[in-house]
Design a protein. Structure first.
Length: 334
């Protein structure tokens, strides 16, 4: 991603700030890592996997950015700034440059409707366990049933646990015309109207979000960690350090933590109830095998397949060669 692509218009940045925690991509993903309690030794086991999933999505979205559109956005902002200073010719020159950039984009792909100009990474994290989330969800349901939609809207705004890859786009059906209209107004000496037209154009950018639901992702990573421990032999990772071995989570503890994440995912409505019923049943069988010190390799494979099916429901077909990955889930729990 270019440096320019990291700098959307300031007005747009302010508009996106409400309701969610946001990080500029230039700060990296470390601060966006899974925020399990510091005392929980399972945190490190899932942090890298969460970061990898987010980075993969950010990289994929960044590759779609169109430099000419990014330049057009910057020229638009430059035109607005110049016009605010009374520099009418500078504003017209900037608008001409912006229009030329967009003409290049349209000529290259006449069917393109949205031109990506920026990628942002945000986090939505509603605090609480599955029981808390369920109670909160019931409150939202009650408000909706009573027709109190605006109150429900305020509650549901940040109701989730996910990373969001947000792509900002210029709408090619309207944005170039808005620039031409602003230029016409400047030529006619109507600077205030031209400023309003440019403000309107900048505020009319189209936002496309892709969400990475965190609880099912963390659950899958924890089950993989349990499998790794069993395959390596529990305690070997501590390299003979008895104190470290005593503090390190066991495979059974990772499975128990995965179950809590599955309950949380279901409470948030990520996926269908039938998906989680099958996952819990498979996890029951897996925990029995682990407790009895029996080979569970086949069950881990079955769990991986079930998580793949859940990802398909939440994300479409995106998998990134089997790595836990996520996109926006449109299906709600039944």
């Amino acid at each position: 991603m270019t440096d320019n692509a990291n700098r959307p218009a300031a007005r747009l940045r302010r508009a996106l700030a409400g309701g969610v925690a946001a990080l500029a991509l230039g700060f990296g993903l470390a601060a966006m890592a899974d925020e399990a309690p510091a005392a929980d030794p399972r945190a490190g086991a899932v942090r890298q996997g969460v970061n990898d999933a987010a980075q993969g999505r950010v990289d994929a979205a960044s590759e779609t950015l169109i430099q000419e559109a990014v330049d057009a956005l910057e020229r638009t902002q430059a035109a607005l700034d110049a016009l605010e200073k009374g520099e009418r010719q500078a504003a017209l020159d900037a608008l001409a440059a912006a229009t030329g950039k967009l003409e290049t984009v349209i000529a290259r792909d006449p069917k393109l409707a949205l031109a990506p100009v920026d990628v942002q990474l945000l986090r939505i994290e509603f605090p609480g366990d599955a029981e808390t989330v369920e109670a909160y969800g019931e409150q939202i349901d009650d408000l909706t049933d009573e027709g109190r939609y605006q109150e429900a809207r305020a509650l549901i705004r940040d109701f989730g646990s996910e990373l969001v890859v947000r792509t900002v786009n210029l709408p090619l059906a309207t944005y170039p015309d808005a620039l031409l209209e602003a230029a016409r107004l400047i030529h006619e000496g109507k600077d205030k109207e031209a400023l309003a037209a440019l403000e309107s154009a900048l505020s009319a950018q189209v936002i496309v979000d892709q969400a990475i639901p965190l609880p099912p992702l963390r659950a899958e990573l924890m089950i993989r960690q349990a499998q790794k421990l069993l395959e390596e032999g529990e305690g070997k990772a501590a390299q003979g350090d008895r104190d470290a071995a005593a503090k390190a989570p066991t495979a059974a503890e990772y499975l128990a933590a995965a179950r809590r994440e599955l309950k949380l995912a279901q409470a948030f409505g990520y996926g269908r109830k039938s998906d989680y019923k099958e996952l819990h049943e498979a996890l029951d069988e897996l925990e029995e095998k682990v407790a009895a010190h029996k080979d569970a390799g086949g069950l881990f494979k079955a769990m991986a397949d079930k998580f793949a099916a859940l990802r398909d429901r939440l994300l479409g077909a995106a998998r990134d060669e089997g790595r836990p990955d996520a996109d926006k889930g449109d299906d709600k729990a039944e």
